[in-house]
Design a protein around this ligand. Structure first.
Ligand SMILES: [Zn+2]
Length: 79
């Protein structure tokens, strides 16, 4: 089973926000939202990182996400 990182656009309104209330990137000194989680097994609590520090990403995942982020940024700048 692959663990595709999920994004939190509205962390305080998402279902389960009471369970995952705050999980910022665990990289020391990093204040970004930890939207990318990974855990080795269901019994282990997930750890969270921002995309920049997410250790499990593959080259394909990074390329796909970069395209998505680039598209979102261009949408914002045109509105
Ligand atoms: Zn980070």
């Amino acid at each position: 089973m692959s663990r595709w990182p999920h994004e939190h656009h509205e962390p305080f309104n998402s279902p389960g926000a009471n369970l995952l209330f705050e999980h910022y990137c665990e990289e020391p000194g990093c204040k970004k939202w930890g939207g990318f989680g990974n855990s080795p097994s269901p019994s282990v609590p997930a750890r969270w990182w921002c995309w920049e520090h997410f250790p499990q990403k593959t080259y394909e995942q990074e390329q796909t996400l970069r395209r998505k982020l680039g598209a979102a940024e261009s949408e914002e700048t045109t509105q």
